[in-house]
Design a protein around this ligand. Sequence first.
Ligand code: GLU
Length: 453
Amino acid sequence: MSVRDYIEKVLSQTAKNSPGQKEFYQATEEVLHSLKPLLERDDRYDKYNILERIVVPERIIIFRVNWVDDSGKIQTNIGYRVQFNSAIGPYKGGLRFHPSVNLGIIKFLGFEQIFKNSLTGLNIGGGKGGSNFDPKGKSENEVMRFCQAFMIELSRHIGERRDVPAGDIGVGGRELGYMFGQYKKLTGKFEGILTGKGVNWGGSLGRKEATGFGSVYFAEHALNKYGDTLKGKTCAVSGSGNVAIYTIQKLYDMDALPVTCSDSDGTIYHKEGIDLELLKGIKEIGRKRLSEYIKLRPDAKYIPASKYPKDGHACWHVKCDCAFPSATQNELTLIDAKALAKNGCKLVNEGANMPTTPDAYKYLKEHKVIFGPAKAANAGGVATSQLEMSQNASMANWSFAEVDAKLHKIMKNIFDTSYETAKEYGCDGDLLAGANIAGFKKVADSMIDQGSV
Ligand code: GLU
């Protein structure tokens, strides 16, 4: 069977076995297609059925989460943990609390996480979890009760050498704190079973900043390769969560000018540069909507999401040199890619997971826009989570500067690996293919070594 036929066979099996899981299918399609040059050189992956095995999670846990709201009514949500692949280390990956969460979303995120984690060069397997719980509009106590109820079930499946969840959309320091407290109460053990913890109780300095900082470090390495730099560049950033905020902060450190940020209600376009302290105040402290921003900075522009054409996102239609999609999946579509290329954008660097649609990616590639794929560009978060695990295991506390220096080194390594692997497999400059091949190879070779488990 030709390599092309082998890939298509596994993809059609995947579509058949996971009906309706379109994001998962999108993620598998992207990875498997990009592996073609590797599979053409090495027939062991076919011989050992690696593709068939790698697209199936080792274990899926789905559970009911009952919690009591402020009015005394019992509410029900669905909880998930997908333990996707443990060939190179304990399952590792975040928890997402968002109404859009379903099994297909968690499987796509878990699948991506396998290769991202491998690419960091550290020994962490791939997993992901979450719930369709919507933290928006919930009181502090409701969030706490939900997190505690979620952990009652999750606690049975995690462990510092087994599965170590962290945050993702809707899960930050506050939620991790409630979950950690509940785990301790249930088990009587103070263990590093989560990362992204508060620095007073086992967290690592620099973890909060790591995904955003790492994304900017990656972008800088990518531009440097083409004789350019972030200095003086106008940058469009989407999102206003952890990734977006620390991307904006690091862009300022690099003398670049971030001019946009967004939430699901709308986009801020601030030509003079996003007011970082105001943004942190609204989002990190106030937990409010971005529409608050223009009340204090009427010189900025607010574009409500409802005012924007279908399938387009306002962030990508402002004039910019670099784009940092840092909100969520499929937020940069073909019409956005066309607008970016037309406006002279040189680089798209994915801070979120799978933010670029396949047709948008194809268009950017054809138009020679440098592309930092999520698995590589946003791997700084999970890499720093592993640094947190490492500190927990040795009961050490590293300084911010120490963690940041390690993060910087890891991001350079990820860039070099992606770049060199692409070159080695005849797809020069294709960082997406390079990242996928390098991430896959380490996991697949380990699966072969470990036999039919
Ligand atoms: N949710 C983050 C990601 O997508 C971080 C995961 C972690 O730190 O385990 O990579």
